[in-house]
Every structure is written in structure tokens, then in C-alpha cells.
Design a protein around this ligand. Structure first.
Ligand code: SAM
Length: 330
């Protein structure tokens, strides 16, 4: 018989990023593959909501405390609100969060709020409409802003705004993003560009976080904010006079493997120990073949063991986390 769960079978790993779809309503050049399109999973290959809920229960029983719903774009999947409501009922979970590009946020925010959701990450790389169109391939800037306002007025908290810093594309807006956190109670997080696209594009647009911070030196020194046990890799700071905070995520230049507390489950039901590795454990097969919760739990533990593998950050261009970030969920 399977031994009953020890206090934390997954050790320090307590955070699962759950991608519920590989579809997206934007075509950000750094997220989708170089050719701008990717092979979509046939619908039967995508986990059904009840399958995801079962895996969420198994994960929580193993020690996962936080689940972030991601994609593709999670808000394009039908039934997402009901799914998020059900996710809040999973015993043992302390936090359910959503990462979205915000295109459908205005429309769905009230229902998401009623479903219990409070933690929201919004991906937004520019505060200029024309540049938004260039970066994402869609003219949805005003809808995204309206979604952000809607979410703020409904009381979503925290609202984190994720900005991937792209040299010569949006790095002239660093201070504007910082001022957004000064004026509004948002946590604005600057994220290093990860090499998911062609080597040439990555080299061309990568800006190390140390330089981002240097360029924000005019703001003065910020006060570091303590991270919570389920927190991600962001270094968070509070600056005098700011309503919000600034966060810095240097996934490449100061990789944080020893602190990594996360696993990723793709929409196809593959469990990934590391964003940058090739390793994946298939959960969908065993799940559909009638595996017990105990057997599925073992796969989560196996994935944690596989986290011992470390990517070669000394040579970032060999990393290629996943040519298709959009299929993994960031
Ligand atoms: N569609 C949702 C969204 O936009 O938030 C969820 C999926 S998206 C893949 C999740 C996050 O991954 C986004 O914040 C996006 O900016 C980030 N991301 C994608 N490709 C990236 C890259 N090459 N480097 C850094 N961040 C990336």
C-alpha cells in the first residue's frame, strides 16, 4: 500500500503552473515560434477540465499550495470561469492565480471575481497602442487597459503587470512602467527576455536585468519586500511615494534554480520539471488509463527529482526553453 503522504512530499516545490490551452488570441513574436504559428493540439489531446481538477487535487495532496492558470491564453478557453471556481474548492490549495494577456478581461473580470479569483497577472509589454500592435500582432491595447481598470475597480489584488523587456523595442518605456507602479497599486515586474526565438532575435533584443535597474537608478534605492513561501523568482522593491511595487525577474542573467519552487503542467498533460529542459512526464496517459491518485502522486514526486538537472545558463543560447513558450505557459 502507498504510504500516506508525508508532511511535504514535494519538498520545497509548492507551485504549479497549469496551462489550460495552447490557443492564444495574440501572436507575440517572442512567445510563439519564429514563423508566428504553431502546431495546435487536436482537441482530444487537451486535458478536459475534470482531468485537470483531478490532477490539481493530486498535486495539492502532494504539497502544491499555489496553482497559476495560464495558457496559451487561458481566457479563450470556454468554461474557464467555472473551472477557476472549482479550482478554488480544491482542498489544500492556498492560492489560485491567473495569468492573462487581458484581451478578454473586461468581459470576464466580474465573473472571475464572483468565482473567487483575486490574484491576477497581466502581461503587458508596452504602454503605447501602436507598439502594442507591433509586438502582439493585435489591436487590443485599449481593451487590455479597460480590462485592467475593470479588474482594479472590482478589487482584484494583487494585480501584477508583467513586462518582458526587449532592447530597442520597449526599453524606452522602463520609467513609464515604473511610474505606473508609482501612481497605481500594481506590482509592475520587469522580465528578462528568454531565448525562445531565433538566436539572432534573442541576441538583438536581450537586455540584462542589471541594466534595467541601472536605467531606473533615478528612482533611488528601493526597499526589498520579503517574499512569501509560494512566491516566484521576482525580486520585489517598494520605492518611496509609490502606491505599488516594482519587481525584477532575471531568469537568464541571475538564474535562480536553487530557489525554483515550481512545476509546469502543459495543456497536453505533460509535467515539466524545468522550463529550460526537455524532460516531460506524461500524466495524461496514466490518467486516462485509470491510474490511481497514488500513482499520479508518484509522477509529481518524480518530476521534483528531475529538477536536480540544471540548465547551462553560462551558454544561454543553447537553452531554448521551449521553442513554443505559448504551449507551456511561461
Ligand atoms: N497568455 C497569457 C499571458 O499573456 O499572460 C499566459 C501565457 S504567456 C506564455 C505567460 C507569460 O510568458 C507572459 O507574461 C509572457 O510575456 C511570458 N513570456 C513568453 N515568452 C517569453 C520570453 N521569450 N521571455 C520572457 N517571457 C516570456
Amino acid at each position: 500500500m502507498e504510504k500516506s503522504a508525508t508532511i511535504n512530499p514535494l519538498g520545497p516545490v509548492n507551485y504549479l503552473r497549469l496551462s489550460i490551452t495552447d490557443r492564444c488570441n495574440l501572436r507575440c513574436f517572442y512567445c510563439a515560434p519564429a514563423e508566428g504559428e504553431w502546431e495546435k493540439l487536436p482537441a482530444p489531446e487537451i486535458l478536459r477540465y475534470e482531468e485537470m481538477l483531478r490532477l490539481a487535487r493530486v498535486a495539492a495532496a502532494q504539497g502544491i499550495l499555489k496553482i497559476r492558470v495560464t495558457g496559451g491564453e487561458p481566457l479563450v478557453r470556454k468554461g474557464v470561469v467555472e473551472f477557476i471556481r472549482n479550482l478554488h474548492q480544491v482542498k489544500g490549495l492556498k492560492e489560485v492565480c491567473l495569468t492573462t494577456n487581458g484581451v478578454r478581461l473586461k468581459e470576464l473580470a466580474p465573473a472571475l471575481h464572483a468565482a473567487g479569483l483575486r490574484h491576477l497577472n497581466l502581461s503587458l509589454d508596452t504602454l503605447k497602442r501602436e507598439r502594442y500592435r507591433e509586438l502582439t500582432g493585435g489591436d487590443h491595447f485599449l481593451e487590455v487597459l479597460a480590462g485592467l481598470e475593470q479588474a482594479a475597480s472590482l478589487g482584484f489584488h494583487p494585480i501584477k503587470i508583467n513586462c518582458v523587456v526587449l532592447k530597442d523595442l520597449n526599453d524606452g518605456e522602463l520609467l513609464d512602467f515604473a511610474y505606473l507602479a508609482r501612481e497605481r497599486p500594481f506590482q509592475v515586474r520587469f522580465i528578462e527576455f528568454m531565448p525562445t526565438v531565433s538566436r539572432r532575435k534573442w541576441q538583438r533584443h536581450f537586455l540584462p536585468m542589471a541594466e534595467v535597474r541601472q536605467r531606473l537608478a533615478a528612482l533611488g534605492g528601493g526597499e526589498p519586500v520579503c517574499r512569501t513561501s509560494c512566491g516566484g523568482p521576482a525580486r520585489i522593491f517598494r520605492f518611496p511615494g509609490f502606491k505599488g511595487e516594482l519587481g525584477f525577474i532575471s531568469a537568464i542573467s541571475e538564474h535562480q534554480c536553487p530557489e525554483c519552487n515550481r512545476l509546469r503542467l502543459t495543456a497536453a498533460g505533460s509535467l515539466r520539471p524545468c522550463l529550460f529542459g526537455q524532460a516531460e512526464l506524461d500524466l495524461k496517459g496514466p490518467l486516462r488509463q485509470g491510474a490511481s491518485d497514488a500513482a499520479l502522486g508518484r509522477l509529481f514526486r518524480e518530476a521534483v527529482h528531475l529538477k536536480a538537472w540544471k540548465p547551462k545558463f553560462s551558454d544561454p543560447e543553447t537553452l531554448h526553453p521551449c521553442r513554443q513558450m505559448v504551449s507551456i505557459g511561461g
